[in-house]
Write a protein that binds this ligand. Structure first.
Ligand SMILES: [Zn+2]
Length: 83
């Protein structure tokens, strides 16, 4: 599972929920939930720089522009399910 750094999901909480839910189902007993944290990256539209969202927020550290958008880091994806 991929969870973005700035997504609203707290990985620890999700893992706890998974544990609780999986143990209730005979089929899922003992299944592990793997969580990857995806670093949040923001791109500046004015100078094209990419930088860490968590560190610098919406303002580009290279040129000071606020014309930036989140490239990645807010996703919650189920990557693969192993049986
Ligand atoms: Zn910039």
């Amino acid at each position: 599972m991929d969870i973005g750094e700035v997504s609203t999901v707290v990985p620890e909480y999700l893992t706890d929920c998974w544990r609780w839910a999986a143990d209730k189902e005979e089929m899922l007993k003992g299944c592990e939930l793997k969580v990857n944290t995806i670093p949040a990256v923001t791109r500046c539209e004015d100078c094209g720089a990419e930088y860490g969202t968590v560190r610098y927020g919406r303002k580009c550290p290279h040129c000071g522009s606020e014309h930036t958008f989140l490239l990645q880091g807010n996703q919650v994806e189920i990557k693969e399910i192993e049986v």
